[in-house]
Design a protein around this ligand. Sequence first.
Ligand SMILES: [Zn+2]
Length: 240
Amino acid sequence: MSKYTTGEIAKLCGVSVRTVQYYDSRNIVTPSELSEGGRRLYSEDDLKRMQIVCFLRDFDLSLGSIGKLLSEEHPENVISILLDERETALQKEVKDKQTKLDKLFELKKALKTVERFSVESIGDVAYALENKKKMRRLHAILLISGIPIGILQWTSIILWIVSGIWWLFVTYILIAIPYAVWVTNFYFKRVVYICPQCHAVFKPTLKEAFFARHTPTLRKLTCTACGYHGFCVETYGKEK
Ligand SMILES: [Zn+2]
């Protein structure tokens, strides 16, 4: 069996020689042998015990508690609980970090769509991302509500062509026009825009928003606060 000197055991456990000596003086980890010259010699078991002590120190346990714990009949039971707790805490930490990383990626991706990048635009985009879930829900509502209209549209067209029945298509038109008006109102009542120049959150007129050039997240509008004309970030706003 190997024997370790104070220096060796300190190095193996990543602590200082003084720490090893201190643990000895406190009877936490004592060398099982002394050399003829009176030097401390630690056994494999001593090394294991030292590693456990160092591990427990990581939990901010006092040396007194560690001493008590190790003098218990089954210290492994307590250590096993500590390990479980440590695992849970670390997993939570990893999850939190992952959430932060995901947010960062999302922000980076979103910033690429902004025409002129500035420090303030980071805030605007972050604000828009916060409301992204609500925007997604809004888009989902519109999509789902449009499905029956779409079905009616195609059924009526096919029926007209195949069987010459035209009244269903007329019905479709009669439903589709008020639906389009409703959808437009419903949508623009719920979204607001962020001006990339003055960072004001504003609502354009329905007419301007409806006819403006747009991408899924941007719309070319005139800021009501500063008069800037260009792409503004679309986000969910409070219902009025
Ligand atoms: Zn503005």
